[in-house]
Design a binder for this molecule. Structure first.
Ligand code: DGL
Length: 259
């Protein structure tokens, strides 16, 4: 079973930021990635819709024989991971906004969180925020419109820049020194964000932590792939394959698939 692939899914291409961390840490693991771009963004959908889509994606990855599922989407994790764990008999790894390190390290006692509406309104997000935000101002900002632009390949557009300017304004006013990226699409905006933010503001996301957790759970279940040959990294998209290809190295296989 250890030679089976790690299954990864997201509402679209953003979870590739998590794939890249996993692939860097676990280069000998086969991976299979589903970009559910047809249904992006998940962030404005109801909890029930997000659960149904997450179940659909998981079923497909399990049909394709994956040994573990990485939910590379904050919105799907915060709304659906409990149901996924109750429904399927494989290990799941989820991703949540990295509030803890930001809250523990802030000097200005103000942190910003940029995430989707679905993540910011979830019970899981509220629980984590309540746990760590004592004495700290947390500026929560819905990144309305950001995911669709990234899905269209417009990461560098003027439209994106004006959205980011608008969303950072209340955070800068509150003098944040940490910006938490609570959506796996957002690491692709780091170059633009660095240009807009004062030097002392640190940007953090959960990508590396997710990769480390994936390794730890695989080890715990004795599922780490110890063979070193012909690693296969497959990507399936039910949306725009060209945009997905453009953010990946050529050596990876990207295919259109209706799911
Ligand atoms: N990458 C997803 C996340 O981490 C984007 C959600 C969406 O599709 O709105 O939340």
């Amino acid at each position: 079973m250890s030679t089976q692939a790690i299954g990864i899914f997201d509402s679209g291409i953003g979870g590739t930021s998590i794939f890249k961390e996993i692939n860097a840490l676990l280069p000998h693991e086969h991976t299979m990635y589903l970009a559910d771009s047809k249904n992006a963004p998940y962030g404005n959908k109801s909890k029930d819709e997000i659960i149904a889509l997450s179940i659909k994606n998981t079923e497909l990855l399990l049909e394709k024989n994956c040994k573990i599922i990485v939910v590379a989407c904050n919105t799907a994790t915060t709304n659906a991971i409990k149901t996924l764990r109750e429904t399927f008999n494989v290990p799941f790894i989820g991703i949540e906004p990295a509030i803890k390190p930001a809250a523990l390290n802030t000097k200005t006692k103000a942190i910003g969180i940029l995430a989707t509406k679905g993540t910011l309104s979830s019970d899981l997000f509220h629980k984590t925020t309540d746990l760590y935000s004592n004495g700290i101002t947390v500026i929560e900002q819905v990144g309305e419109g950001i995911v669709p632009l990234i899905e269209q390949g417009k990461t560098n557009s003027d439209a994106m820049k004006s959205l980011l300017h608008e969303y950072l304004k209340p955070m800068l006013k509150a003098n944040i020194d940490y910006l938490v990226l609570g959506c796996t699409h957002y690491p692709y905006l780091i170059p633009q964000l660095l240009e807009m933010l004062p030097k002392h503001v640190k940007i953090i996301d959960s990508g590396l932590a997710v990769a480390k957790q994936t390794k730890a759970v695989l080890r715990q279940h004795e599922l780490l792939n110890i063979t070193t040959q012909n690693t296969k990294n497959m990507f399936y998209s039910n949306g725009n394959v060209t945009v997905l290809k453009s953010i990946l190295e050529d050596k990876f296989t990207v295919k259109g698939l209706d799911f």
